[in-house]
Design a protein around this ligand. Structure first.
Ligand code: GLA
Length: 685
């Protein structure tokens, strides 16, 4: 069943922490929110000690007052279950709830997310507080939904407490049945790791050179994901029974967590926390970085989970913790730009993080809309402007869906296996980012889709092109699905190192690319990593539009053509394999498969886009400069469409409109050459 946010109106709001402010401020805050056209707040996700100051002693007065006030001002409320920050009484009395590092150091009180998912007592106490809150607030007229915990697997996504080792063993017993099968899956005969008793089996522990068994490390990540989901499930089951009128979500998409399965089993829809200004501290690598525009890739992942979703935290100020993360302030207009970036990608509800900057604690530099002094400022004005615009147009956009003909495929097994694997792990991010960038700069909207074990063809068929950069782990069943897709007329593009591992991460005793070889019409004759002190070779591509020079980045598969329907489109140069095929196109059924023997960089992705003849859907109607992103949302029933143009540059950009359009936000005509303001946004119908 599709898990999407179903809203009849657009909701804008803020994350609010009444427990951090004097009571006299609450009413004024809510009154001002209302004035700014905010209609929703999220509260309470870190307030466990307010609700339960001592074990078993529950107090609801503070939040009762806030909820009543919110209702009085017509503001809806999302309640967070407070389990991301266990109280001091809890961790002191039950230290076994603490998360532990691989080196067996317990994480102590003072920050957040310092608990583990498998401690029986933590599960019991989390269930209790969730039930108490749900029973108390199930009929409160302001409450509309729940956020489970806060950002599962954020900040830390590995767990090595005693409870985790034990639960891992039980999980493995269920998965493998007996030690023989476990030993086989982990290749335990290699370096004498064979287990003869379950008590010898653990999550990875410190090893010489810090290099654990790779198959055990892969299972560990699957187990962490399973643990996080089972912890969320515990709370979701309680909320469904105790507060059946409310929806349930959680915020964030983090490592070692299959957020698709999480949403399928526990949630009504996913929520994402969007902080595009992280691009100022972690810019994406490679040529022409996308910077804050790269958040569109993350939003596309959220959209793959829930076509319409909530942005539970939308950056509204400069970010920073006392001791880390140095970020500049969003420039005038950037907060508005990022809000529409979320909407362009499918968000139908957005809450700014946070209403007011904290005056104490780790996040005193993580600024919200209001400053410490609480007087009007530039960000308050910008947020109020967004509120006004969305009050006008938001409801018309709600429920429309992002449109794309091309998708980049990812999957959890390869992401998790690749994390430890120096030979293929480094390529995944590089190639996905190159493709996304090339598509962005060509103004071609794209989806990101996760292939899962139970993948079937139906959701792939709507795409003309699928790019699956480096699926080292590639099941026979997945290859079959892709073959069916291509046979019916689709196009699939692989990069190097595809199809050589099985589900346990063992290398297949087959010619590469394993189960994809027939589809691609090639095998890999020889291969090499481009060593840290070596230059990537040039690749010469003979394309329809002339000859192009690409780079054979990161790794080179030297290809051998195996099918009469396969054609060499590019060859390596200036190496010992000069003249050998680097890019092959194979006709398969009604469709085509491409295999590129290297990682993709921007030019390689751009050349393939041109070779395939993929053009922007607005071609002929408008001409967009490079810094402007294009997204289109369409109503599934009426077919009504909204075109979003987002200028990520701090400079004016000229857009040429060959047809006359109307910008719904400023209600002005767009025709001929139009100057788009720095960080400007158009929403066009
Ligand atoms: C995350 C958290 C918030 C806050 C912000 C800013 O997204 O969910 O509680 O910490 O980051 O750091």
């Amino acid at each position: 069943m599709e898990k999407s946010l179903e809203a009849s109106r657009f909701r804008l709001g803020a994350c609010y922490y009444p427990e951090q402010w004097p009571e006299e401020m609450w009413e004024e805050d809510l009154k001002r929110m209302k004035k700014m056209n905010f209609s929703i707040i999220r509260i309470a996700e870190f307030a466990w000690s307010v609700f339960e100051p001592r074990e078993g002693e529950y107090r609801f007065e503070l939040f009762d007052k806030v909820l009543d006030l919110a209702h009085q001002y017509g503001i809806e409320v999302i309640l967070g279950t407070p389990t991301a920050t266990p109280p001091a009484w809890l961790t002191a009395k039950y230290p076994e709830v603490l998360n532990v590092s691989q080196q067996r150091v317990s994480y102590q009180h003072g920050q957040r997310r310092h608990y583990n998912y498998n401690s029986p007592v933590y599960r019991e106490l989390s269930a209790k507080i969730t039930r108490k809150m749900a029973e108390h607030y199930k009929n409160h007229p302001a409450v509309v939904g729940w956020q489970i915990d806060n950002e599962l697997n954020c900040e830390i996504n590995v767990f090595y407490s005693e409870a985790d080792h034990k639960a891992f063993r039980e999980w493995l017993q269920k998965k493998y049945g007996n030690l023989e099968r476990l030993n086989e899956a982990w290749g335990a005969v290699f370096w004498n790791q064979t287990y003869s008793d379950w008590e010898q089996v653990h999550l990875t522990r410190p090893t010489v050179s810090d290099s654990p068994n790779p198959h055990q490390a892969l299972d560990e990540k699957r187990f962490i994901s399973y643990s996080a989901i089972s912890f969320a499930q515990l709370q979701a089951d309680i909320l469904r029974i105790a507060a059946p009128r409310h929806w349930v979500t959680t915020n964030g998409i983090f490592g070692h967590l299959d957020s698709h399965s999480l949403t399928e089993s526990c949630l009504d829809f996913i929520s994402y926390d969007s902080y595009p200004n992280f691009s100022t501290i972690y810019p994406d690598k490679g040529e022409e970085p996308l910077l804050d525009r790269k958040w569109s890739l993350n939003l596309s992942v959220a959209r793959d989970i829930s076509p319409n979703f909530c942005v539970m935290e939308q950056q509204s100020g400069p970010g920073g913790w006392v001791n880390k993360m140095e970020m500049p302030s969003p420039k005038p207009g950037q907060m508005r730009l990022w809000t529409y970036q979320s909407i362009a990608h499918g968000a139908d509800m957005i809450l700014f993080f946070r209403w007011r900057t904290a005056v104490f604690g780790t996040e005193i530099y993580w600024h919200g809309i209001n400053d410490y002094h609480n007087e009007p400022n530039r960000r308050v004005m910008e947020a109020a402007g967004i509120g006004r615009e969305l009050a006008e147009v938001g409801d018309r956009i709600v429920g429309t869906r992002y449109q794309a003909d091309i998708a980049i495929i990812r999957d959890y097994d390869n992401e998790w296996d690749g994390e430890l694997d120096k030979w293929h792990g480094q390529m995944q991010g590089k190639s996905v980012s190159a493709w996304f960038k090339a598509l962005q700069y060509h103004h071609i909207p794209a989806d990101v889709i996760y292939l899962r074990d139970q993948a079937d063809c139906s959701h792939l068929n709507k795409y003309k092109v699928l790019v699956y950069p480096h699926p080292a782990i590639l099941f026979d069943a997945t290859a079959q699905v892709l073959k069916d897709y291509v046979r019916r007329g689709g196009t699939v593009i692989f990069g190097c190192r595809s199809g050589y591992k099985n589900k346990d991460g063992h290398c297949l005793r087959m010619r590469m690319p394993g189960y994809a070889a027939e589809l691609c019409g090639i095998t890999v004759e020889d291969f090499t990593l481009i060593g840290p002190n070596e230059q990537a070779p040039t690749v010469i591509m003979t394309a329809q539009a002339g000859t192009r020079e690409l780079k054979g980045e990161a790794f080179n598969d030297i290809l051998r053509v195996e099918s009469a329907a396969a054609e060499v489109l590019a060859v390596y140069q200036d190496t010992y394999y000069a003249g050998k095929p680097a890019l092959v196109r194979n006709k398969y059924g009604e469709g085509t498969a491409y295999y590129f023997g290297a990682a993709f960089e921007l030019t390689a992705a751009a050349s393939l886009i041109e070779e395939l003849g993929i053009v922007s859907p607005i071609e002929g109607h408008m001409e967009l400069p490079k810094p402007v992103e294009l997204s289109i949302r369409k109503h599934p029933g009426t077919g009504e469409s909204f075109i979003f143009l987002l200028n990520y540059s701090g400079h004016e950009q000229t857009v040429r409109f060959n047809t006359e359009f109307i910008d719904l936000l400023k209600n002005c005509k767009l025709h001929g050459d139009v100057k788009m303001e720095p960080y400007g946004v158009y929403v066009i119908q």
